[in-house]
Design a binder for this molecule. Sequence first.
Ligand code: ADP
Ligand code: MG
Length: 261
Amino acid sequence: LARRPLPPRGSTVLEARGLTRRFGGLVANNDINLALHAGEILAVIGPNGAGKSTLFNQLSCCDMPSAGEVRFHGRSVAGWSARQIAAAGLARTFQHVKLLPRMSVLENVALGAHLRVRPGLARSMLRLDRLEEARLLAEARHQLERVGLGAHAHVEAGNLSLGQQRLLEIARALCADPSVLLLDEPAAGLRHAEKQALAALLGRLREEGMAVLLVEHDMDFVMGLVDRVVVVVFGEKIVEGLPAAVQSDPRVLEAYLGACA
Ligand code: ADP
Ligand code: MG
C-alpha cells in the first residue's frame, strides 16, 4: 500500500489551543494548550477524573470543545468527525481492548483496517473484491510483523495475553498509516515484560518519526519512555516538562498525594 510521507521530525502535528470542555456546570478541561511533534512521545498524566479522557476525546474528534480548538497539521479540525481525522492520519486506541475473540489475530487486524477505510461493515464486506481483500490482509500481516506479533497471526485473538491484545490494537491502528498515534492507558494491566515490549515498540515508532501521545497513570512506564510530560489536574494543565523535572515538581507530588489522602 502507498505510504503517507511522515512530516519532518520536530514539526508540530497536533495542537490544543485554549481547549475548554464544560459538562453543565463542570469544567472538565479548562483552557488547555499543548503541542505534539513528529518523532516524540508525549504523556498526559493526572489523577482519576482530572480530564485526561475528555482531552483525548477532543484531540481525536470524538467530542467537541466548548471553547478553543484542535489543530491537526496546522489546520483547525472544528466540525470534523472521528472518521475524518482518522482518514487524515490520526489513529487512536481505546482504554478497553475491542476485538473479536473467536477470529484470528490477522483477521482482527484486517477487519480493523477495513472498518477504518469505510463504514457499514456487513454491507461492504459482501462487496469486498478479492484484490482488496488480499491488499488488506497483506497490510495487516505487515503491521503484525511491525509490532512483533507475526508469529501469532493465525491464533484466535481471544487466546492472546492482554499485552499481546494491546499490541494487536496498535497494529490495527497502524493499518490506517497514521502520522499521529493516540493511546489511552496502553500499559494498564500489563505485566512487566509486556510493558517492556510495548515501550520498545513505541520507541521504534518514534525513531521512524511517528508522533505518539499517550494518556497514562503508570508513572514508571511513562518516566522511562517519554520525551515530555503534561500534567492535568482538575481540568487544568498544571505542569509541562521533561519527565525527571515533572516527577520531582512539588505541584505534581501534591496533586498525586492530595488525590490519595
Ligand atoms: P480522567 O480521564 O482524567 O479520569 P475524565 O476526562 O474522564 O477524567 O473526566 C473528567 C471529569 O469530567 C470527571 O468529573 C467526569 O465525571 C466528567 N465527565 C467526563 N465525561 C463526561 C460526560 N460525558 N458528561 C458529564 N461529565 C463528564
Ligand atoms: Mg480516563
